[in-house]
Design a protein around this ligand. Structure first.
Ligand SMILES: O=C(O)COP(=O)(O)O
Ligand SMILES: [Mg+2]
Length: 234
């Protein structure tokens, strides 16, 4: 099945770039603006992958439930996630865009894997749940944008992964049949979207899988490095 691949869709966070540092810095600056305590990196890692709104709402809820909310000295039931969300989202966008890529690293093997795919003339798109403006800035900051003919974010379509819609639209944009378009990702989110769209899926083992072992995600194959793709697709 993997021998028939004619196009590739690549996830961004946890697959190409380790962005936990960027998320942590942008979230902590946001929390500070809202007089909330700093977030815990492990909580960020468990929550990344379902887009910025999910990340901000989940972490705001956790921070409001803590007993060290500044100036209050106890958990703060009077403040709600809904009441804080709009300001948090504005501050988060400002902070994320001002540091985008500075606390993030391309994983080993990514550039050589992408170069190998490009050398085989494979049409490639980047499809992430990250907002498109964040994704474009990050790819440019890391010198990865030239590999992709199309880039789509979590705000590019009406629904995000794990819904199949973004994958189906990306296949259309690449003029490629889903059954011959490989999804390369790092999480159950990517695997579920790929399955529902009818795309084969390969997951990397080093990313963020909602705090769960990724080997249970039901992919066609798993890779420790993207430059191991030649062994799967050759
Ligand atoms: O949740 C996000 O912001 C990004 O996640 P993804 O790049 O793994 O789709
Ligand atoms: Mg990911």
């Amino acid at each position: 099945m993997l021998a028939d691949i004619r196009a590739v869709i690549v996830d961004l966070d946890g697959t190409m770039v380790d962005t936990l540092g960027d998320f942590e810095v942008a979230l902590n600056r946001t929390m500070a603006d809202l007089d909330l305590p700093p977030v815990d990196r492990a909580a960020v890692e468990r929550t990344v992958g379902k887009g910025s709104e999910h990340l901000i709402r989940t972490l705001l809820g956790q921070q409001l439930a803590r007993t060290d909310v500044k100036g209050v000295g106890q958990a703060c039931p009077a403040l709600t996630v809904d009441a804080l969300y709009e300001r948090a989202w504005q501050r988060y966008q400002h902070h994320y865009l001002s540091i985008n890529g500075q606390f993030a690293d391309v994983y080993p093997g990514v550039e050589s894997g992408l170069r190998w795919l490009k050398g085989r003339g494979m049409p490639m798109a980047c499809l992430t749940n990250k907002p498109l403006a964040f994704a474009q800035g990050l790819l440019a900051a890391k010198g990865l944008e030239g590999y992709f003919s199309r880039v789509f974010g979590g705000d590019s379509f009406e629904r995000k992964k794990p819904d199949p819609l973004p994958l189906l639209r990306t296949c259309e944009a690449l003029s490629s049949e889903p059954a011959r378009t490989l999804m390369l990702g790092d999480s159950l989110n990517d695997a579920q979207a790929a399955r529902a769209a009818g795309c084969p899926v390969v997951l990397v083992t080093y990313g963020y899988n909602h705090g769960q072992p990724v080997q249970q995600a039901g992919a066609d194959a798993y890779l420790d490095r993207l430059d191991g793709l030649d062994g799967l697709l050759a």
